[in-house]
Ligand binder design. Structure first.
Ligand code: GLC
Length: 500
């Protein structure tokens, strides 16, 4: 069945241009007006708000399922001029590498020869004695670590920034620290400072450098939040821990590495006052350094610069506020020898494009080994993503989100309740002024795709990876029919550029 596109899109466009609001899907006013238009046109035109009716290809069924609970959403975003400038590079960058690397990498998914789950969380999940875990430092010696090689791989993947664990919940600092000797320089035979080497390599290769810092949880410290098995539970001296370890270490990482991002996580036991102190440290030393929303659970403006979605969040929504989806390349954050469930490249690429089409970034995780290696299954997939981006990067970097939104799905009555129902994932749209990029994941059998109506005349339509390959379009007030190439010319995703 072909795509049925009714007057709703037209109504949306009229309404949006009238309100001078773009993509404000979630506002109450919008929903109310949408309902009125919907009822009116449904009654008069008998058109249905079905977006796509092409059968859902098997490989995307899992994603569609995950997608089905998240409807388009926006939230207001009114940054100050300083905030807007500070975040500009991040909005341009779109794709970054996440790295989880620490003493837990030496466990590699095993404890005393037994397979354990949890990766960097294994210590807590299996209540491992903290004194025994600390012993891992004595043999932690990543002699194969080469900062230039890692950063070259980041570049080859088409990624523009790195966020690496400076300190995870285990409390071990992967950087030189005079605040705590529980750090890689003082406590391991390696004695080198990999954060310093990575920062230098990132600078050499033009990659932005971000540090993950677990500010609230620190399982090595009895006063901090998180370790309820080794020290007879949380004692509530959070401020003592913050003042003696977290605040001074955050200051250290700011001064030593001048990171472009500080990525906080799991803000249990934080409150506004503590969060403001944490943020204040980098704001004072490095006013342009970005802070993610996991610093503290609040929407109060000014504390954080961008929103972090849930881990591997399959149903991310459109947000006006800058945001980032973080996800794993296999099923673990930290290296686990036995985790061979690496995601296929088309799934990873889908997450990148989907995030960009919803105005976000994608931070894709790699777990290096304790020896300092990024293993082949990671590297191969990263290079393949990078190759696709070489052909189609124009449709990702610096792009804005979709011009439509209906491709995500729509509200419909389900069991008497208005619910968001996801459309099968067939295409996504990213935009730049005067350009629409249509990313087609699966070539429909009938060779056509129908987009909602587009304001302005389409002057050119071609395959982004091969500009000489023209694509036919038929434009009307109801929508745009795009004739697709006979077969997918890119097995991952084919991008059609529509110039207006
Ligand atoms: C979590 C976990 C963690 C991981 C992170 C990545 O919240 O605590 O281990 O670092 O998600 O987003």
């Amino acid at each position: 069945m072909l795509i049925v596109f009714d007057f709703m899109a037209l109504s949306i466009l009229i309404y949006l241009s009238y309100m001078k609001l773009h993509l404000a899907y979630n506002s109450i006013k919008f929903s109310a007006v949408l309902m009125i238009f919907f009822c009116f046109f449904s009654a008069t035109c008998l058109a249905q708000p079905v977006v796509l009716s092409i059968t859902n290809p098997a490989q995307f069924s899992e994603m569609t399922q995950l997608d089905q609970f998240g409807g388009p959403s926006s939230g207001t975003y009114s940054p100050t001029e300083a905030e807007r400038q500070r975040i500009a590079w991040f909005r341009e960058a779109k794709f970054g590498m996440f790295m989880h690397w620490g003493l837990y990498s030496a466990m590699a998914g095993y404890w005393k020869g037994e397979k354990v789950t949890g990766g960097e969380w294994a210590i807590k999940m299996h209540k491992l004695p903290i004194e025994e875990y600390r012993q891992l430092a004595k043999t932690f010696n990543p002699i194969k670590f080469n900062a230039d090689e890692w950063v070259s791989l980041i570049k080859a993947a088409g990624m523009k920034y790195l966020v690496i664990t400076a300190k995870h919940h285990d409390g071990f600092a992967m950087f030189r620290s005079s605040v705590s000797s529980y750090n890689i320089v003082d406590a391991t035979p390696f004695k080198r400072d990999p954060m310093k080497e990575l920062k230098a390599a990132c600078d050499r290769h033009g990659i932005k450098f971000g540090l993950y810092y677990s500010h609230a949880q620190d399982w090595n410290e009895p006063d901090a939040y998180g370790n309820n098995w080794s020290f007879n539970g949380y004692k509530g001296y959070m401020d003592k821990y913050l003042e003696q370890k977290a605040y001074p270490q955050i200051q250290e990482i700011c001064e030593q590495y001048r990171p472009d991002i500080i990525w906080y996580d799991t803000p249990g036991e934080m409150n506004m006052e503590r969060a403001q102190k944490v943020a204040g440290i980098s704001r004072t030393i490095l006013p342009n350094t970005l802070v993610n929303s996991r610093i503290f659970n609040t929407n109060a403006p000014g504390l954080w610069d961008y929103k972090s979605s849930g881990d591997n969040d399959g149903f991310v929504q459109y947000h006006n506020v800058p945001w980032e989806l973080c996800g794993t390349l296999n099923r673990s954050w930290a290296y686990k020898k036995w985790d061979t469930a690496f995601r296929p490249v088309n799934e990873l690429l889908y997450h990148l494009i989907d995030a960009v089409s919803k105005n976000g970034n994608y931070l894709l995780n790699v777990g290096p080994t304790a020896e300092g290696e990024i293993t082949a299954p990671y590297a191969e997939r990263l290079r393949e993503l990078g190759d696709w981006l070489k052909r189609n990067g124009e449709a990702v970097y610096g792009c804005n989100g979709t011009a439509f939104g209906t491709e995500f799905g729509d509200y419909a009555m389900v069991e008497g309740k208005s619910s968001f129902v996801a459309s099968p994932v067939i295409w996504r749209c990213t935009t730049k002024p005067g350009k629409l990029y249509i990313h087609v994941f699966n070539m429909p059998a009938n060779g056509k795709i129908v987009l909602p109506a587009v304001k302005g005349k389409i002057k050119n339509a071609f395959l982004l990876a091969n500009k000489n390959h023209r694509v036919t379009t038929k434009q009307s007030a109801d929508g745009v029919m795009v004739g697709l190439p006979k077969k997918a010319i890119d097995t991952l995703a084919t991008v059609i550029c529509l110039e207006l």
